[in-house]
Design a protein around this ligand. Sequence first.
Ligand code: PPS
Length: 283
Amino acid sequence: MEMAKKSFEYFQYNGVTFVSPIHSIEQLEWVKDLKMDPDIPLLVSYPKSGTTWVQQIVSLILSNPNDTDEKSKNLSQKAPWIEYTLFKTDFNKHQLLTTHLNHEMVPNVVKSKMIKIIYLARNPKDVIVSSYHFHKYSRFLTAPKDFQDFLEQFVEGNVFYGSWFDHIRDWYSHKDELNFLFVTYEDMQKDLRSVIEKVASFLNKKLDAGTLESILDQCTFNAMKKNPYTNSHNLSGLFHSDKGSFYRKGIVGDWKNHFLVSQNEWFDSIYQEKMADFPVKFD
Ligand code: PPS
């Protein structure tokens, strides 16, 4: 891959950390005026919230899940990130667009009810753990010194895509101005069927029983890990394949295996400070 030969470098834009050449200032500026097709929904998430899982679900909802042509397309082509420098505006190729950008930085057209937005959230403690491992696994991110250091950087927002707290608060505060569906990783783990039905109804798609079963089969953690079109592990230029896996554990509550009691108490106090009035509660 072209990108793999280049060296990666962090840069700041609007106070948020990005990585060149995956991102560029030109792309981030360009994206603000992006013209978007109102029939193509936008998936918004903070990194490591289960984005890939929802990309797979939405792409299966929007196509026939047994269509072999569709099955042999990479998920990253079907649902590209608009802020990546590789993104091209050939909308015919995409079923869904994806972004990790905060509300301020997305295309202006997104800030209206014209585009359907699916916002995905995950318990920040599990996001931290997933992201900590992802920083060790990715060549384009700096490996953390240790978990304590990463935790502090995360709380400060000194990580890839900035502050989790700002991301969710900001998007959520604009939800009534948007055509907005809020889903959580925890709800998907608890009752995936209901979440798929909710997403399908938001996208005005009727799913018959067979289609729903087929989607459920194709979006399990193991099915997605095995499927070369949903597992980009082989992009070895981007990842240290010997240092982990993109499909790492795929569970709720792995934070309990990483946070010390003192770290948990400290994080809870920060969370209280920043999020006490936030209406959504994570388990
Ligand atoms: S990224 O890099 O931001 O696009 O990563 P993202 O896809 O948002 O998050 C990766 C985490 O989601 C888990 N995942 C899943 N869990 C359950 N079922 C399915 N099908 C699934 N697909 C992805 C993935 O394992 C990462 O979480 P952790 O906790 O690290 O395992």
